[in-house]
Design a binder for this molecule. Structure first.
Ligand SMILES: Nc1ncnc2c1ncn2[C@@H]1O[C@H](COP(=O)(O)OP(=O)(O)OP(=O)(O)O)[C@@H](O)[C@H]1O
Ligand SMILES: [Mg+2]
Length: 224
């Protein structure tokens, strides 16, 4: 199996190295693997995810994502890479002026897919997140949990090879959380996507094998 992510002595820091968050960690994540990341608040979970999306560059060491060196990556390459990564980050908001359906296929619209492809994919994903009846409503007409499910559907709309999710079930009730975990499991199991999820609580019912990284004191330890 090819590695989708590989970190070698990776150090991540803010403010020119004054605040070292991740300190010289090494790990690899292969195509089709599901990885949970847990750890105390402020330990660097979001920072590590951001580095995988190229929002923060390695301060030292190496990070490779999808075969690209994240330290040397050029702007155009990064944009291209990001088109094939599905992100579920808290600051990636829905567009309130657009219908739910249009929000879901935003990544397809950006890449210029036909309306037919958009329609088929929106229908499939809205069915998955159990929001079929909401296709023509606007985000503000939905509850917070429903909006979050739309965000998850959007992250999956382009069948990304890599999905990065930061607390995708934060603030969700049991039902919505179940829908989200099902969808992520399915993306990994059926579409062979690599999934990296930060969560404070690993779901008790989870039907596929997964790896578990704990971030603490600047290090990443794998639970075996
Ligand atoms: N933009 C930033 N500039 C400077 N320091 C930052 C920035 N973002 C985060 N930090 C610091 O980096 C450290 C790790 O933050 P991070 O957001 O990765 O933690 P986290 O593990 O995701 O925590 P939480 O569980 O609370 O979300 C913290 O000490 C935080 O203060
Ligand atoms: Mg965080």
């Amino acid at each position: 199996m090819a590695n989708v992510i590989s970190a070698n002595n990776l150090t991540l820091a803010y403010e020119k190295g004054k605040n070292i968050v991740i300190n010289g960690v090494s790990f690899t994540i292969a195509q089709g693997e599901f990885v949970f990341i847990t750890g105390p608040s402020g330990s660097g979970k979001s920072t590590l995810l951001k580095s995988m999306y190229g929002q923060i560059k390695p301060y030292d060491g190496e990070l490779n994502v999808g075969g690209l060196d994240m330290k040397k990556i050029k702007k155009g390459q990064l944009l291209q890479l990001r088109r094939n990564i599905g992100v579920i980050f808290q600051d990636y908001k829905l567009i309130n002026e657009w219908t739910v359906e249009k929000n879901v296929v935003l990544p397809l619209i950006i890449t210029g897919y036909s309306l037919d492809v958009q329609r088929v994919q929106a229908e499939k994903l809205l069915h998955h997140v159990q929001l079929t009846e909401y296709a023509h409503k606007y985000p503000l007409e939905l509850s917070g949990g429903e909006q979050q499910r739309v965000g998850v559907a959007r992250a999956l709309s382009k069948n990304p090879f890599l999905i990065l999710a930061d607390e995708p079930t934060g603030n969700l009730d049991e039902f919505s959380s179940g829908v989200v975990w099902d969808l992520l499991e399915n993306a990994c199991d059926q579409l062979n996507a690599t999934v990296v999820v930060v969560t404070h609580k690993i779901p008790t019912i989870f039907n596929i094998p997964y790896r578990h990284f704990i971030i603490e004191n600047g290090g990443v330890h794998e639970v075996h």
